[in-house]
Design a protein around this ligand. Structure first.
Ligand code: AP5
Length: 192
């Protein structure tokens, strides 16, 4: 199973991917986590990405594609993966298709978690207090939501137009949302 998880910041992609990886027995690839690991390690890439991430802007497509190529070349992704945080613009969507085609692969489903902005702002305000993530300040969250609308929403439309999109209500308990995703993937498989 090769799954792409889409959704605005705070829609629950990372939370649900952690559960789905156990369920599907495939690795969870979060481009945000990969970047945060570079920042924490103080690598040149991390130094380049740090300020961009804190502002809530997108890190350059070249950096992301290099990281993703590297990760998808690893043996543990042969049986599948859950991709969380990529693609984030139409250029990245095209790059993902080309990368997978080069590996003789396609993804099985793009699942969009839908959560209203009010709930997202409340969730991320809670995380800012609990974890202090640098991009969870109210200004960065507002900016990340704008970046999502401007750059990532067209990716959702693109997958919708190509019949690759599954939309899931992301509001509810973690178990409820998880069950909806699993059922949606299952339905997709029965249809496809
Ligand atoms: P990234 O780490 O991908 O951040 P994001 O998309 O903004 O996503 P979040 O981690 O904030 O939210 P999530 O949807 O995973 O929700 P979560 O499960 O954590 O990217 C960070 C930055 O890296 C980007 O801004 C950019 O700079 C850079 N970057 C990453 N990928 C890139 C790319 N491809 N191109 C360019 N730049 C890139 O949940 C959020 C909170 O809500 C948690 O506290 C959680 O406990 C809570 N929660 C989850 N589910 C529920 C629920 N059902 N009910 C109540 N609370 C819930």
């Amino acid at each position: 199973m090769r799954l792409v998880l889409l959704g605005a910041p705070g829609s629950g992609k990372g939370t649900q991917a952690t559960r789905l990886k156990e369920h599907l027995q495939v690795p969870h690839i979060s481009t945000g986590d990969l970047l945060r690991a570079e920042v924490a390690a103080g690598t040149p890439l991390g130094l380049q990405a740090k300020e961009v991430m804190a502002r809530g802007d997108l890190v350059s497509d070249d950096i992301l594609l290099g990281m993703l190529k590297d990760r998808l070349s690893r043996e543990d992704t042969r049986a599948g993966f859950i991709l969380d945080g990529y693609p984030r613009n139409l250029e990245q969507a095209a790059a993902l298709d080309a990368l997978l085609a080069g590996l003789g692969q396609k993804f099985d489903a793009a699942v969009q978690l839908v959560v209203d902005n009010e709930q997202i702002i409340a969730r991320l305000a809670g995380r800012a207090k609990a974890e202090g993530r640098s991009d969870d300040s109210p200004e960065s969250v507002r900016h990340r939501l704008n970046v999502y609308d401007e750059k990532t929403a067209p990716v959702v439309d693109f997958y919708r137009q190509h019949g690759q999109l599954t939309v899931v209500d992301g509001v509810g308990t973690l178990d409820e949302v998880f069950t909806r995703i699993v059922e949606a993937i299952q339905r997709g498989h029965e249809v496809g």
